[in-house]
Design a protein. Structure first.
Length: 395
């Protein structure tokens, strides 16, 4: 079967939901002004943040940040008009210009006072009278504003997501294939998984899953400003691929263009964790700044090592580069061994605990080449993937 790796995606700007065509922007604030309002009155006001503000800089900034996370707002000009919405709004943002000089009743949580610069000393008394849990000063602490709005739109999952980092002990060890299998296995188990390619020189992990022609964002299309991106925006933009019983959201490097930046990949990982996803990252053997960001967050690091003496020596060098993640690292040994090395021999030589043994399976290489990746249930690759998932739950 002939396969091509040429893909051309059309680009188009959509402001307000954080998605720019096939590009994902975590703080897509540009363009959300004037004749393109970033917010609209909600059909159910109780489910949207209440903004008490008059026209001006503060209201413009709130609107722009709301646009970044696709957040509808209820807008009123003063506290008197806020009364019908005050109790039920999930978040209240109050412009410093309308902050009260007397105590507000009833008191409630989740009130944020927003200032268009360094607040005067008198503003702290007004924040107390308002019952504000926080004072945001623009632009110095606008990240608090963005996070507060994003948490309303995308309520964190009750189940915390997990991050698994996979890398090879030597070149060609099979780390990318294992990472893809772990993602498919997590989806087959009833969860939702995200497979993230962290190696811009790896050719694109979308080729492993036969998704190189599928529309959707790749890393060159992803830009995050403000350190936050909503999982819902990623869901809208990323291709979903893999077998029908194990669909995977995929964020791959492309055949050209840059790979992920450290702050961008951190925002994507944290979005997955907030949403309760299993996030699997395919790392290069030289992690670099981007890989180090992943390793800092990862719950489990799996190093795939062929049962060969030279591979053990190479894996030991790789382990020197993963820093504090060493204590969260396990070795998966890939057979066969040309000289009878056991899995325990390899783990002892590398110097990290053993996760399991992955026998050779020629059918896997064929399915990857043909673009039909589909690990057999209970097959060697699926068994190894399930061992990884059991370990990450146990950590």
């Amino acid at each position: 079967m002939e396969r091509t790796v040429d893909r051309r995606a059309e680009q188009g700007l959509v402001v307000g939901n954080g998605v720019t065509g096939n590009a994902v922007t975590g703080n897509a604030v540009a363009g959300a002004q004037g004749d393109q309002p970033a917010t609209r009155a909600a059909a159910d006001p109780g489910r949207r943040p209440l903004v008490v503000a008059r026209d001006g800089r503060v209201l413009d900034e709130i609107r722009r940040h709301a646009a970044a996370v696709d957040c509808d707002l209820v807008l009123v000009p003063d506290l008197d008009e806020a009364e019908p919405y005050w109790r039920d709004a999930p978040l209240v943002l109050v412009d410093e210009e309308v902050a009260p000089s007397a105590q507000v009743r009833p008191r409630r949580s989740d009130v944020v006072l927003v200032c268009g610069g360094k607040p005067p000393q008198s503003m702290w008394r007004r924040a107390f009278l308002l019952g504000a849990r926080e004072v945001v000063t623009l632009p110095d602490t606008d990240g608090v504003l963005l996070t507060s709005l994003a948490d309303v739109v995308e309520e964190p999952s009750a189940d915390r997501g997990r991050v698994v980092a996979v890398l090879g002990g030597r070149g060609g060890a099979g780390a990318s294939v294992l990472a893809a299998a772990v993602s498919v296995c997590a989806a087959r188990s009833g969860g939702r998984s995200v497979l993230i390619d962290c190696d811009p020189l790896g050719g694109g992990i979308d080729l492993v899953l036969g998704a190189e022609l599928q529309d959707g964002a790749r890393w060159p299309d992803v830009r995050v400003q403000g350190g936050r991106v909503a999982m819902s925006a990623l869901d809208d933009a990323l291709p979903v691929t893999g077998p029908s019983d194990g669909p995977v959201s995929l964020l791959s490097c492309d055949r050209d263009g840059p790979g992920p930046a450290p702050d961008t990949i951190e925002a994507v990982l944290r979005a997955g964790v907030r949403a309760g996803r299993t996030v699997v990252c395919d790392l290069p053997r030289e992690p670099g700044p981007c890989g180090q960001s992943v390793l800092t967050i990862a719950d489990l690091v799996v190093i795939v090592v062929p049962a060969e003496l030279r591979a053990c020596a190479a894996a030991s060098r790789v382990l020197e580069r993963i820093g504090d993640a060493h204590s969260r690292t396990r070795v998966l040994v890939r057979g066969p061994s040309p000289d009878g090395l056991s899995a325990r021999d390899v783990a002892g030589g590398v110097g990290v605990p053993l996760l399991g043994w992955l026998p050779a399976d020629r059918r896997v290489a064929k399915t990857v080449e043909r673009g039909s990746f589909n690990p057999r249930r209970r097959g060697p690759l699926d068994t190894a993937a399930r061992a990884v998932l059991r370990q990450v739950v146990a950590t």
